[in-house]
Ligand binder design. Sequence first.
Ligand SMILES: Nc1ncnc2c1ncn2[C@@H]1O[C@H](COP(=O)(O)OP(=O)(O)OP(=O)(O)O)[C@@H](O)[C@H]1O
Length: 673
Amino acid sequence: MFPTSYVQRTRSFPKASFSFRTRRYSTQSGPRKPPDTERLGILTRFLPSGPSVMASSFRKIIALAKPERKPLTTAIGLLLVSSAVTMSIPFTIGKLIDFFSTVNPQIPLGLSIWQASGVLLFLFSAGAAANAGRTYLMRLSGQRIVARLREQTYSAALRQEVEFVERGEGDVLSRLSVDTTIVGESVTQNLSDGLRAIVMSSVGLGAMFYLSPTLTTLMLCVVPPVSFGVVFYGRYLKRLSNRTQEAMGEMSKHATESLSALRTVQAYNAQPQEEQKFHERVTNVLNLAKKEAIASGIFFGSTGWSGNVTILALLGYGGSLVSQGQITVGDLTSLLLYTVYVGSGLQMLTSFFSSIMRGIGAGNRVFELLGREPAIPTDHGEVLDPHRRGPVRFERVGFEYPSRRGVEILKEFSLEIGVGESVAIVGTSGSGKSSIQSLLLRYYDPVRGKVTFDGQDIRELRVDSWRNAIGIVPQDPVLFTGTIASNIAFGNPIATREQIEDAAREANCEFVWGMPKGFDTEIGRLSLSGGQRQRLAIARALLKKPAILALDEATSALDANSENRVNDAVDKILRKRQTTCLFVAHRLSTIARAERIVVLEDGRITESGTYRQLVNDPSSRFRTLMAEQLHAASTQHSITPPSTAQKEVAQEEVEEIEEARKPDSPTNSTSPQ
Ligand SMILES: Nc1ncnc2c1ncn2[C@@H]1O[C@H](COP(=O)(O)OP(=O)(O)OP(=O)(O)O)[C@@H](O)[C@H]1O
């Protein structure tokens, strides 16, 4: 119940509130480092999201590239070679034109025209090979960085408290897939293109000054306004790209949710409305993409136009200089070509600038998750000895969900469960039963009071070692892709086949032996009944040999046979008398199996006692609850309320259970198969 109902309650949380949430739940966000604007210079000065955050994101992106130092350095070396070759082309062409236009051409270094062409061919081939090598090394390093970043992001997401991930699931997924790719590209592909652009523009400009300072100064008059536009464009594009990422996150979150609930969607013929909702999200992405397209169009159109106007001005003024004999035709040609190179270099620089912005933005989102301290710290505390046993105590626990501060779900809740004791919590829907189990598992911590194990506050224990001591059987057990064996061994991958089979036997999973591939049957191809899933979950919990078993019973009815098999499995656990059991129970047959029953109402215990004590008290709330329970159970199968005869049968069943539980009962001596 918990995950589904929770997802429903929170599905419309906007992504934009992420940073707020981070601050709200983060318990250990350390002091921020001062901005390193000096080192980052111009880049950070224009960034809208706060220089210190962006600077730290930039530093982290650079740090990510450190393990790839060798291939990246080689790639940069190759880049310089290929750029040198590329940048020599305009100069060579100019010289060739002058050479051919003279009356008596002299080939430099005494080479023939074919030899000179051969040298040039060799140079071009070397440039092309260097370019190929650079592309390969950059892409490879980029992919390795993305792979590492994805793994780190995934483990950071798994470390977070459930509330955080459940609330922003689509977020984490888009951080994992889209943002990591953007970050990886910005340290490799974009960096490499940026360096190439820097080399092209600076070497080109140098060569132009060498050829004609006057013409170059003329060209430079056009550059400052273009650069100004570049900065604004970079900022605007970054904002747009962030909004597009958020919209894409919303879109994939919606698709994930409805596809994972396809049965419900189809049962309610809700495809058209789901399509409509998806259409709205896709349209949102599309509209943002349109804006991005318009911005790019205007930008590239205007930079292209200013480039062409510059060339026109150069041609006009340069032509007059040629006619005055101040420069040669070859030099003018070289100049024009260098202008084109410098222009495209500057254009590349602008997209480098906006890609770096985009990378920093995406990096911010990834590093925010990587650096986030989960509200339930996973790496502190004393490691719990797996053999330690002791009572579990809820001591005056007050609890509120972080998303609903001010609404007290548990109020002064106190309960002690002794070693090997079994306690069933009953109560109306929403009274807080599952929340008690969530506190036990430390999905959340109490707001007041504490939960102790063997006298020690469970917050002092390392959370993984504490959870190791608990076996859970949730309401709707989740099975993962893989075989039945791997599903039972989930969380205990080193379990032997024998141990897996023993646990399955103990949990009454006899149906597994009847399958053609037995324990090697792939779950994906199976459709298991609710009872079978529950028994597999019991086997999974038993394999851990837990000190505590937390069973959250499904509210939906099982058929009589499944219910018997599940109850029989539960009986075997109870008879062992080593495992402390906390049941959230709905079925009378489970409730009666517990040694003690507590009735929870509105977050408080209102009654407590054995089944017999509670049922014999004519004024007990438990009796009313059970009457409602019986009525509900009977109306699920027939439309008539339970007859007196049916109630008697139920009563007899309870008596049989109680009889079986007595220490001297013959059934009690049967050891599990
Ligand atoms: N993650 C959550 N965030 C906010 N409120 C929650 C969350 N989970 C449960 N609640 C609220 O806490 C209250 C107690 O819920 P809980 O699931 O513990 O009840 P329950 O007794 O187990 O109900 P049921 O018998 O229907 O399973 C309910 O009002 C519920 O809406």
